[in-house]
Design a protein around this ligand. Structure first.
Ligand code: SF4
Length: 278
């Protein structure tokens, strides 16, 4: 997907730079595009770099089921799908002094997993969660709901995005994900380090499509740039503008940390909307 192309990788490379150096790396809008490329090039191996939260995971499950049904032999998935609730647990568990007072729950992720997985954050950590839709009024309403809870000293899961999010989530998508994927013991997140049970790999039933197995890929950790404060920002301890690289050497055009890559990342959003506030 587009955001992945600019993610800083090892040796100063990114997929964009590797493409500029001659690699056949194509940006796609849908996982199904990748399947089309594999069908059109039966003599070449096609690897889908599957990445994203629970929002994009069902689409990867669909193409894997399709590839299996068609018996494709040249289509592989490099699975980097991650899970939202374990990352929230990790952030709350690993802070001496948790500065996060509440969560605005993600819209698209919650349409898949539902509102129930957030109950633990209200009950066990006393942190209110308000699941927000994507429109500006959704956001304003959700922030108001969250502030009201905090001011009243309450901690509950509220769903502002009721037109799309059900408590149990999308059961069809969840069942499909359970069939196609299995939980990894741990996974290294940029900015957060190793987070237990926070990501997915292909299940045994789909191992023929597993790029890690087929190409014997060995995991290599790529340390964050030393100047990058993404971890502290994700934990709510620092603001993007506290980072020395913000808006100077690190910009959306030339990100050096993960929070600046996607337009939804904290640093990129702050760069676009918040940097002139002071
Ligand atoms: S501005 Fe760039 S380097 Fe600084 S924390 Fe954000 S992503 Fe990391």
């Amino acid at each position: 997907y587009a955001d992945t192309m600019r993610v800083p990788a090892s040796k100063g490379l990114s997929l964009m730079k590797a493409k500029a150096q001659g690699g056949d790396i194509r940006m796609i809008y849908s996982a199904a595009d990748c399947l089309d490329i594999a069908r059109a090039n039966p003599d070449r191996n096609v690897v889908f770099f599957a990445i994203g939260f629970e929002t994009t995971t069902p689409a990867t499950a669909v193409v894997l089921k399709q590839a299996k049904a068609e018996g494709l032999k040249n289509f592989f998935v490099f699975c980097n799908h991650v899970l939202t609730p374990p990352a929230m647990h990790h952030i709350l568990k690993n802070q001496e002094k948790v500065q996060i007072e509440g969560f605005v729950g993600p819209a698209h992720v919650s349409t898949i997993i539902g509102s129930e997985p957030y109950e633990t954050f209200a009950k066990d950590y006393s942190k209110p969660v308000v699941i927000a839709g994507f429109e500006p009024l959704d956001m304003l309403q959700s922030i108001l709901m969250l502030i009201r809870q905090i001011n009243r000293g309450e901690a509950e899961v509220e769903n502002e995005f009721t037109r799309a999010v059900r408590p149990e989530g999308n059961m069809k998508a969840i069942r499909m994900m359970e069939e196609v994927f299995a939980l990894r013991d741990s996974f290294e997140w940029r900015g957060l380090g190793s987070v237990p049970k926070s990501a997915l790999k292909l299940s045994d039933a789909y191992s023929d499509f597993d790029a890690e197995k087929h190409f014997n890929l060995v995991y290599r950790s790529v340390p964050d740039n030393k100047a990058c404060e993404c971890g502290a920002i994700l934990r709510g301890e620092k603001q993007p503008s506290d980072c020395r690289a913000f808006g100077t050497v690190c910009t959306p055009e030339s990100p050096i940390g993960s929070c600046m890559v996607s337009s939804e990342g904290a640093c990129a959003a702050y760069f676009t909307y918040g940097r002139h506030k002071r």
